[in-house]
Design a protein around this ligand. Structure first.
Ligand code: MG
Ligand code: MG
Length: 273
């Protein structure tokens, strides 16, 4: 069912299918987190991801998406998002963001992690930590009956209060469900209290992208890889979530977000199977 502004409202059963897709994505990313090390290529990580997604009975949603060749995006250092996996070999001190999507029974999950390779500078680890934490502040701010930009404002407020990092404005989170990218856009900045009302059955991907320097960016000649203009490093974290009467349910987190939400004093909205 589509509401006004093209927002897809999922049934309980459809949300449970999205949870199945989310778990495949979450498990794939945890598998990759353990494989990230100096000497492995982004193409090898991609092969591990594709194999794991398919052997889980899911379909890698990135592969073939507008001609994209990978099952993950692998974005290293100054690459913000949409890096194409290939021959690049990771080196000690790199910072890699891995974005992954999977489809189960026609329903999508989409998430991303940023991981340090070997001995990583404290500045890069802090960038990754603030990026992930800002995303969780976004979930914590999402309430049934609230507004979409409550999430955006919470992400921005956390970043601004704890850093002078750039918040990438050209790329945003999104609605997700029977397609990977749906309305509405979910910006990582802005004033609260605006945009569509948050209702049950909505599913959104929240994905802050932060830069050590300025947020201005451009796309390389491969037509995909987005890099910072100033060449400084970037981080990207993402989860897909929905709202139930109990609270937010993080569909791509293995524990549904329970532990992290509890730290923030928020109940997890997980539905029973
Ligand atoms: Mg993604
Ligand atoms: Mg996304």
């Amino acid at each position: 069912m589509f509401r006004d502004r093209g927002i897809e409202i999922k049934t309980r059963e459809q949300i449970l299918s999205m949870r199945a897709a989310g778990l495949v994505v979450g498990r794939t990313l945890e598998l990759l987190r353990g494989e990230v090390k100096a000497g492995i290529s982004t193409g090898e990580l991609d092969a591990i991801a594709e194999d794991h997604i398919r052997s889980s009975g899911a379909v890698p949603s990135f592969k073939g998406y507008h001609g994209f060749t990978g099952s993950i995006c692998a974005s290293v250092n100054a690459e913000i998002v949409h890096g194409i996996p290939g021959e690049r070999v990771l080196a000690d001190g790199d910072l890699i963001s891995i974005d992954c999507g999977a489809i189960v029974d026609g329903w999508h999950g989409d998430a991303a992690i940023t991981v340090g390779v070997g001995e990583v500078g404290a500045d890069l680890l802090e960038l990754a930590r603030i990026c992930e934490e800002s995303m969780w502040r976004g979930f914590a701010a999402a309430k049934l009956g609230g507004r979409l930009t409550d999430i955006s404002a919470a992400v921005e407020a956390y970043v601004r209060a704890n850093s002078s990092y750039g918040i990438v404005e050209d790329f945003v989170g999104h609605g997700i469900g029977s397609a990977m990218h749906q309305p509405p856009n979910v910006p990582n900045f802005g004033r609260p209290g605006r945009g569509p009302k948050l209702v049950e059955g909505m599913a959104l991907a929240v994905e802050p992208m932060l830069t050590l320097g300025k947020q201005e960016n451009h796309t390389l000649e491969d037509d995909w890889t987005v890099v910072t203009d100033d060449g400084r490093s970037a981080a990207h974290t993402e989860h897909t979530f929905t709202l139930t009467p109990k609270g937010p349910w993080i569909l791509t987190a293995l524990d549904g977000g329970e532990a992290k939400l509890a730290e923030l004093g928020i109940a997890c909205g997980a539905l029973a199977d």
